[in-house]
Design a protein around this ligand. Structure first.
Ligand SMILES: NC(=O)c1ccc[n+]([C@@H]2O[C@H](COP(=O)([O-])OP(=O)(O)OC[C@H]3O[C@@H](n4cnc5c(N)ncnc54)[C@H](O)[C@@H]3O)[C@@H](O)[C@H]2O)c1
Length: 271
């Protein structure tokens, strides 16, 4: 018996990286998983991600491992597509117990995204991918969870949403992630009376294929500094985050709501 046998989970942005790790872990616990992504083959973009795949998609990995999964390609910034995705999951499996709003990320360079000179197109894109995408998914799933009188929602912030960068760069991303953390506190108040929990995670530097390919190369000193700033003296793995997601999606966290948990190895020396 798995802890999540009979449960249905939606994980956005699960074609690769952290979302894939969340989907695979929840599947191993027995949940049926809707893998949703703007590109279900997004792992092809980064060598480390492609090499780590054991089948030709996250869906295929889960199915070949004996789990149940469907793949739905959609953009979380498109509210109608999000509504259609949730309707498809409900049609397929009749319920939604878990929503992990993982899709998102940053765009642009820190040097071009300082707080006082934000490009409006980048601001719009990153706010849409992160904050609006999260809210659209919650809006679509909440009526289903309310009807069930149960559910667990996990949203995804970042350490960048809890503390600013030292030079004020990547402000669009930090502001969107800060908004997600605070939105989740409101969400917990709203949905608590319906038996639904809502919590947020704020990862530090996690070595996904994207981070390995785009943030770490040619930065030997920066990488050493980055590690030395972490109390545990190592960067995070996708499984470090997936373990916390497991906690927030199972009965271990039944009396935890409205929280934002940093998964950063002690980088921030307290919130
Ligand atoms: N990796 C880290 O160090 C780190 C740190 C803090 C926060 N995060 C957050 O964790 C989440 C996952 O990060 P990751 O490193 O795995 O990123 P990633 O870029 O490797 O994966 C993101 C996935 O989301 C999908 N996606 C992007 N935009 C989408 C959209 N509009 N609609 C649907 N799917 C979309 C991508 O195709 C991709 O598969 C993001 O929200 C990110 O901001 C990551």
């Amino acid at each position: 018996m798995g802890k999540l046998d009979g449960k249905v989970a939606i994980v956005t942005g699960s074609g690769r990286g952290l979302g894939r790790a969340y989907a695979r872990r929840l599947s191993r616990l027995g949940a049926k998983i809707a893998i949703t992504d703007i590109n279900l083959k997004s792992f092809e973009e980064f060598e480390v991600e492609a090499k780590s795949m054991t089948a030709d998609s996250t869906v295929a990995e889960i199915v070949e491992g004996g789990g149940e999964a469907i793949g739905i390609e959609m953009d979380v910034t498109d509210e109608r597509a999000v509504n259609a995705m949730v309707a498809q999951v409900v049609k397929q499996w009749g319920r939604v117990d878990i929503l992990v709003c993982n899709a998102g990320g940053g765009r642009g360079r820190p040097v071009d995204t300082k707080a006082s000179s934000l490009d409006s197109a980048l601001l719009h894109l990153v706010t849409s991918m992160n904050l609006y995408g999260t809210i659209y998914c919650v809006n679509a799933v909440a009526p289903v969870m309310k009807e069930q009188r149960s559910g667990k929602i996990v949203t995804v912030s970042s350490v960048a949403g809890l503390h600013p960068s030292t030079d004020g760069g990547y402000a669009h991303y930090g502001a969107a992630k800060a908004a997600i953390a605070h939105y989740t506190r409101y969400l917990a108040q709203d949905l608590g009376p319906h038996g639904i929990t809502a919590n947020c995670i704020a990862p530090g530097t996690i070595t996904t294929g994207r981070i390995v390919a785009t943030v770490m190369p040619n930065q030997a000193n920066a990488n050493r500094d980055r590690t030395e700033q972490v109390a545990l003296r190592r960067l995070g793995s996708v499984e470090d985050c997936a373990k916390v997601v497991e906690f927030l999606c199972t009965d271990l966290s039944d009396y935890v709501t409205g929280q934002c948990i940093a998964i950063d190895g002690g980088l921030m020396r307290g919130n």
